[in-house]
Write a protein that binds this ligand. Structure first.
Ligand code: SF4
Ligand code: SF4
Length: 364
């Protein structure tokens, strides 16, 4: 089971695309925190992947330490703990702690300085890149596999190739880069992004040939939908069953995008009474619109089923934004061409990345 625990809506930054800005600033109280952890422990039955999120969770390092302490005291199989941070409040002591307690760090960094500072600013309008970069060498020294999470917007699309190169040159090898589908995308900005994707794809092939493989989500995740025989729906949202978000109030939500003001409007229960089937239906039982997918050959591979993305962009869980459809029609064929070239060469890094796990499953 996967869960995101919102510690608070407080943040020292004011990113223009932030979906947590409505969330109350007061941190989760001690009783709610302990009840949330008890609820998750009981519900997950030993298979919990917990991500701490906000706001900026590291504004509350004592809460973070307490959560880690409680989770590590459980006699269930080890809980996977991760923290999503803007990186401005890291410290040597926290990095030591995360390393000792096996806490994964997801760093929000949108690419090179120009891309990052376009949206990720302080409330006074100052870019945060330099502040984040201060901690990158130490972060990678402690956590060489630290993941970078980047948001691509129409304003930063034209910097994607430089951004990927910049993140790789800093030493990151796990790049999770996704579009802000709620942004003001147009066909023109998607054209710009597509041209950047082509540049990045050539670099990706070059680097795999040089034996320097890395994870690049927009290529790898779409290649994976081919090698694994279709989109693994369970890998993303199941909206309130095996994936949950908990607001600072202790209310349960189907996904972190639904927490909003944490005022209960989209809540599907709480950590004291558990899931409420009626509330869950009120939030999730939306009419399914007639989609134009018909016999589209990309049906099994397109990411149109992500209810939170759809809900945030169109207000309907089942209605993907038009730009997502257009995006998928461009990125999937490109990912396939990259895969075909590397597979034809039997590129060892590529085979290892995409086929070793499959071979392992078959052998099992
Ligand atoms: S760092 Fe995260 S929580 Fe803070 S303003 Fe930016 S997107 Fe929102
Ligand atoms: S690419 Fe568009 S038409 Fe095809 S399955 Fe995805 S959303 Fe539907």
């Amino acid at each position: 089971m996967k869960a995101a625990l919102f510690l608070s809506g407080s943040c020292n930054l004011a990113c223009s695309y932030c979906y947590a800005s409505q969330c109350p600033k007061a941190p989760i109280g001690p009783d709610t925190l302990h009840q949330s952890l008890a609820f998750l422990k009981a519900r997950a039955q030993g298979t919990l992947a917990l991500t701490l999120i906000g706001g900026e969770p590291l504004l509350f390092p004592d809460l973070v330490r307490e959560i880690v302490r409680v989770c590590r005291s459980w006699d269930t199989p080890r809980t996977h703990i991760a923290i999503t941070t803007n990186g401005t409040h890291l410290s040597e002591a926290l990095l030591d702690h995360f390393q000792a307690e096996d806490v994964e760090v997801y760093l929000s960094l949108d690419g090179d300085q120009e891309a990052h500072d376009t949206h990720r600013k302080t409330p006074q309008g100052q870019g945060s890149y330099a502040e984040v970069l201060r901690w990158v060498p130490k972060l990678l020294a402690h956590h060489p596999k630290a993941q970078v999470s980047s948001v691509i917007t129409p304003q930063t699309a034209g910097r994607l190739a430089d951004s990927v190169a910049s993140l790789l040159s800093l030493g990151f090898r796990d790049l999770s880069m996704g579009l802000d589908y709620a942004g003001a995308w147009s066909l023109e900005s998607l054209d710009i992004l597509e041209a950047q994707y082509h540049q990045v794809a050539e670099h990706y092939i070059r680097d795999h040939r040089a034996g320097q493989a890395y994870h690049l989500s927009f290529l790898d995740d779409h290649i994976l939908t081919w090698t694994s025989g279709g989109t693994a729906r369970s890998a993303c949202c199941d909206l309130g069953d095996q994936i949950l978000a908990i607001g600072p109030s202790g209310r349960l939500y189907p996904c972190l995008q639904f927490v909003g003001a944490d005022d209960g409007q989209q809540a599907i229960g709480d950590v004291w009474r558990g899931l409420d089937p009626k509330a869950r239906c009120r939030v999730l039982c939306q009419a399914k619109p007639q989609l134009p997918c018909g016999d589209c050959t990309l049906k099994l591979r397109c990411f149109r089923w992500c209810g939170c993305t759809n809900w945030r962009a169109t207000g309907n869980l089942h209605q993907p934004p038009a730009i997502l459809c257009e995006h998928e029609r461009r990125i999937i064929p490109l990912a396939d061409r990259v895969a075909e070239r590397l597979y034809a060469e039997r590129n060892p890094s590529f085979i290892q990345k995409f086929y070793a796990p499959v071979a392992g499953r078959e052998d099992a």
